[in-house]
Write a protein that binds this ligand. Structure first.
Ligand code: BG6
Length: 487
């Protein structure tokens, strides 16, 4: 068994890249500041550039200045910079991995290797680590998304990594699982009896999951155009949120207990195929429009863009979960770039009451709603009816909100960002916030069927103006069922 209280040699492959500078190094700073790093923990940066240790420290110092949320505290920054070491390795040269073996100590430390590089390089890194004998029981590898482009390519990546490491050593990242509010879904569902007993087809009418982004492609055209919103956001982030909302209670908080239950949900998803895709899916692509009053180009007019691209930047889906709990309760999912504003939320619509005794005040009693705001402005809200205070004829009802804002309720706590939490969990050896191989592959096989249906019908995506709520067809998706999106 690996020991989790050991100091760590945290190695970042691709340490000079964007993710490392923007997220990993600043998150390590925050962890150090909060006292979460063992005093002897070291951070080892690996890249193929011929730079000195002093150059490396200078570059990481600049990254901290630029990307830390607040001005770094000098004392913490100095402490962190002292933990940093640079190791030059050409990733495809196995013999060079001895450079890493010379500075690490896998007998007395946990060795966490973070692959912050494109997946086609995972094979080389695994072979190199194997060559240098860096595969012992205290070694872990952390894989950034995307784990593949479809089921076949994700299996290939997983085969490559599992040829060297066991599943217990592999940590697949979905940064949404590191978000405070996404984890709070577990607490909300399984620590509150009002929700545990009201969470199925008897009480819930339908569920909406929205992950709206305001940003466009942000200089990532090359990657995004080959991917699209279904692969980039639905296959991972939205599927993870869906499984946490829909899963059965796990027996405990162990990694595998939680992941077993999530997998059961993925197995129960009704396939979307060529036969039903036009009824339950919407693909969109943004045209030119306005974001916060400023004009922005359309998807195909973005820098480096291909004017004939038919890649989707918006997806809406109606998803059925064919199991006992959720029979007849649709889950509507939508996500898009260049929407009105950045907003991620889960909305649970409860069933309408069978009989209305307040017809004089409200002809049709509205459904109760539980809104779980994931970001920004994290919180939980319940929309319910109350009597308007006053005397006189009859009872007058009004919609009111029970509103719990996390920033008000938990004023003093530092809210860790997703990477802080996930990095710490890799050091501690807790796999519950990471995706298991069977989960990632099950999710790809469901997504592949949608991609196949879209490809076979060969219809271009529906246009929507940047700064809007997506194409009209997404409104129609719910309207066909007599429902509408929460706005
Ligand atoms: C990433 C996607 O995984 O998540 C990006 O590749 C997307 O396209 C991002 O913008 C959204 O993450 P967040 O944390 O800003 O909601």
């Amino acid at each position: 068994m690996p020991q989790n209280n050991l100091p760590c040699d945290f190695t970042i492959f691709g340490v000079l890249g964007d993710l490392s500078r923007r997220k990993l190094i600043p998150s390590l700073y925050e962890l150090d500041k909060a006292g979460h790093l063992h005093p002897e923990t070291r951070i080892i940066g690996v890249a193929r550039h011929d730079i000195t240790q002093a150059d490396f420290i200078e570059q990481m110092d600049a990254a901290l200045q630029k990307f830390c949320k607040n001005e770094p505290e000098p004392e913490v920054k100095e402490r962190l910079l002292k933990r940093l070491f640079y190791v030059l390795i050409n990733i495809d040269k196995p013999e060079e991995y001895t450079n890493l073996a010379e500075v690490t100590d896998q007998e007395n430390r946990n060795l966490v290797n973070y692959f912050s590089v494109a997946p086609f390089l995972f094979d080389d890194i695994c072979k190199g680590l194997n060559h240098a004998g860096l595969t012992g029981k205290n070694t872990r590898v952390v894989l950034e998304k995307p784990i593949g482009h479809d089921l076949a390519s994700s299996q290939q990546i997983n085969d490559t990594v599992s040829a060297v490491f066991t599943e217990e050593q592999i940590y697949r990242i979905d940064h949404y699982l590191g978000k405070e509010t996404v984890m709070n879904l577990l607490a909300l569902r399984f620590a509150n009896s009002i929700f545990t007993t009201n969470w199925d087809h008897n009480t819930i009418d339908h569920v909406q999951i929205t992950v709206a982004e305001e940003v466009g492609i942000e200089g990532r055209w090359g990657y995004f155009d080959g991917s699209g919103q279904l692969r980039d956001m639905v296959q991972n982030h939205l599927m993870q949120i869906l499984t946490l909302v829909a899963m059965e209670p796990p027996v405990n908080m162990d990694g595998d207990s939680i992941r077993n239950e999530k997998l059961k949900v993925l197995k129960a998803l009704r396939p979307i195929t060529r036969e039903n895709a036009d009824q339950v899916t919407v693909r969109g692509q943004y045209a030119a429009g306005f974001i916060k009053g400023s004009p922005v180009p359309g998807y195909t007019e973005e820098e480096d863009g291909n004017p004939t691209s038919t890649t989707e930047s918006f997806v809406a889906l109606k998803v059925d979960i064919d199991n006992w709990r959720w029979a007849g309760v649709p889950f509507y999912l939508r996500t898009g770039k260049r929407m009105t504003t950045k907003r991620s939320e889960v909305v649970i619509y409860f069933k309408q009451l069978p009989h209305n005794i307040f017809k004089d005040s409200y002809r049709n009693l509205p459904q109760n709603k539980l809104v779980i705001r994931l970001q920004p402005d994290e919180g939980v809200e319940i929309e319910m009816l109350n009597k308007v205070p006053g005397i006189g004829k009859g009872i007058k009802l009004q919609k009111t909100l029970l509103d719990l804002s996390f920033s008000d309720a938990f004023r003093d706590g530092h809210v860790a960002n997703a990477y802080e939490r996930l990095i710490l969990e890799t050091m501690l050896g807790n796999q519950s916030l990471f995706i298991r191989r069977d989960e990632v592959e099950r999710s790809w096989s469901w997504i592949d069927s949608i991609l196949d249906a879209w490809q076979s019908c060969n219809e271009p995506p529906k246009q929507y103006p940047a700064g809007s709520l997506g194409p009209v067809a997404s409104v129609a998706l719910l309207a066909r069922d007599g429902r509408e999106w929460e706005e």
